[in-house]
Design a protein around this ligand. Sequence first.
Ligand code: NZQ
Ligand code: ZN
Length: 385
Amino acid sequence: MNNFIYENATKVYFGKGGVKEYLASLMKKTGKTVMLAYGGGSVKKNGIYDEVTAILTTVGKTIVEFSGIMSNPTYAKVQEGARLARENSVDFILAVGGGSVIDCCKIVSAQAKLSGDIWELENEKKIYPADFIPMGAIVTASGTGSEMNAGAVITHEEKRIKGALFGAQARFAFLDPAYTMSVPFKQVLSGAFDTLSHAMETYFGKPDANNLSDDINEAVMRSVIRSIRVLLNDRENYEARSELMWASSMAENGILKIGKITDFQAHQIEHQLGAYTDCNHGAGLAVIHPVLYRHIYRDGAERFARFAKNVWGIDDRGDDEETALAGVEALADFVKEIGLPTSFSQMGISADTDLRAVADSTNVTAGCCKRLTHDEIYEILKECI
Ligand code: NZQ
Ligand code: ZN
C-alpha cells in the first residue's frame, strides 16, 4: 500500500431526528451571526427550513439568509455569498441542502476571508486557503458525499469550466435519511449513481493491487446497487435510504482512497459536459460510464474482471477481457434497469452541443488505466449522444 496520512475533521450525526436533538447544543458554541444557506426552496416545502430557523432563533442567533443556490453552483453565486458574509460579519455558515449548497458554502467560507480571487489563487498560483468561516452541513439529498471533505465543484460560467476548488470542510454534518423522502425520485437515483461512480472511480485507480481500500470499496458498491434495487420497489424504504446516505459519505470521505491514486476520468468528462450544458451530474455519469469503460477495459482487464466477479457476481469466463466486458455490460444493464438515461439526448442535451470543445477542455487524469487523448474523449462523447 502507498503511504498515507488520514484524518477526517467532520463529526457526523447520523439518523432520524438528529437535528432536533443535537443542533441547538452545537450552535451554542458558534458566534452570533449565522448564514443560513439553501437552494431553490425545497427546504421551505418539506419543513426543514422551519425546523432549522426555529432552533437558530431559540439559541439567539442572528440569521443571514443566503438562498437560491442552484444545482451546479456558479462562481458568481460563490461571490454573492462571500459578499453577503463579509457585509454581515458572518460567524458561522450552516449549509442546508444537497451537494450544490454544501459545495457553494465551502468556497464562500474561504472567499469571504480572502482579498484575492479564489479561482485565480488555486488554479493559477496553486495556493490553497487556510482561513475559513467555520461551517456545518445539514444534508437534505445524498449522493455527492460533499459533507465529509473540503472539495467543491464550481462552474465558472465565463471560462466555461466546471472544476474543483478547495475550501472549508464542515465541522459537523447531519445525515437524516428521513430528510431525503421529499427528494424527487429521479434525483434520488442520480445521486445514488453518483455514489456508485465515486466508488468505481476510486476502485479503478492505481495501483491495481489487493488492498483493504478496494475490499471495502466492493462492499460499498454492492450495497449501493442493492439499496437502489430496494427503492425501485419501495421508494420510501428508510433502511435503503439510510444505506445510500452513509454509502454516499463513505465513497467521498477518503476511506476508500487510502493508499490509492484515483481515476475520476468519467467525472472530468461529465464536469465539462456540465460546464457546457448545466446537466444533472449523476445522470451524466450514468451515460458516460459504460461508454468510457468499453473504451478502456482492455487496459485494465484484470481489475475490470475482478469488478465483474466481485461486484456483479459474474462467473469467471476464463479470459480476463471477456469477464471484464461482461462486468461493463452488467453496469450498462443496471443503468437501464433503474431508469437512468443511457444517452445525452435522453437527458435533453441538444445535439448541437459543442462536444469538441467539451472534449478539448476535459482534464486527462493520471489514475485512469488508459491515458486518453482529447480525440478519444471526443469519440466517447459522440457515442453518448
Ligand atoms: O435547490 P432545492 O430547491 O433545494 O432542490 C434541490 C435540487 O433541485 C433538490 N433537493 C435537495 N434536497 C431535497 C431536494 N428536493 C426535495 N427534498 C429535499 N430534501 O435536489 C436537487 C439537486 O440538488 P443538488 O444539491 O444540486 O444535487 P447533488 O447533491 O447531486 O449535488 C450536485 C452537485 O455536487 C457536485 C456536482 O458536480 C454538482 O454540482 N459534486 C460535488 C462533489 C463533492 N463536493 O465532493 C463530488 C461530486 O462528484 C459532484 O461533482
Ligand atoms: Zn460525482
